[in-house]
Design a protein around this ligand. Sequence first.
Ligand code: FMN
Length: 212
Amino acid sequence: MTLPGFDAAFREQLDLLLRWRRDVRHFRRDPLPEGTLEALVERACLAPSVGNSQPWRFVAVDSPGCRAAIRAEFEECNAAALAAQPEERQAAYAALKLAGLQEAPVHLAVFCDEQTRTGHGLGRATMPETLRASAMGAVLTLWLAARARGIGVGWVSILRAGRVAAILDVPGSWALTAYLCLGYPEREEETPELDRRGWQGRDPEAGRILRR
Ligand SMILES: Cc1cc2nc3c(=O)[nH]c(=O)nc-3n(C[C@H](O)[C@H](O)[C@H](O)COP(=O)(O)O)c2cc1C
């Protein structure tokens, strides 16, 4: 098999995709086209995984009851997070919109099956955390596949993982990797929202390469 030729125009497009990926909290309410979620999950499954374990598990959170319970969980956790901020940052924190749970047409919870036998433990004896890292890889793959279709993704981590697992009634071996909102963004931005709002800009350490 030969690798399909990825030409300069493709690389330019890929660079644009990476630059414009964005975490989205402001969604339009219109639904995604039929079959989109399935197509995105199929792409997510192309992600690498330790031992080819493919530990990712997906839950589409459609029922009004579950969605309301997740929103309530977020509100409670976000209030606690606000209170835990140093006083001088509390007003800035309170001004941030940190989830689009109300408006996003799709909620997708991604779990990692920590008891999966797939992959026969390869790589996990030395680094068990690689199983969770594999599930994270699926999230990022899905995120990029969504963005390439004009769909925005927002990652919501201001939730207690155990509470989310209980609300969604998933098997005990599933650990929450990511709770995602998906939908069309209200607007496109090239700069992260937390940067634009003065919360956190680029860390100069982030692009440094140490050489040994
Ligand atoms: C593991 C993870 C958890 C995150 N949790 C949240 C969150 O709870 N709320 C939020 O507004 N953004 C969340 N984000 C998005 C980050 O704030 C965002 O990626 C960062 O500010 C950079 O912006 P960008 O993704 O638009 O480049 C999360 C991102 C990651 C990778």
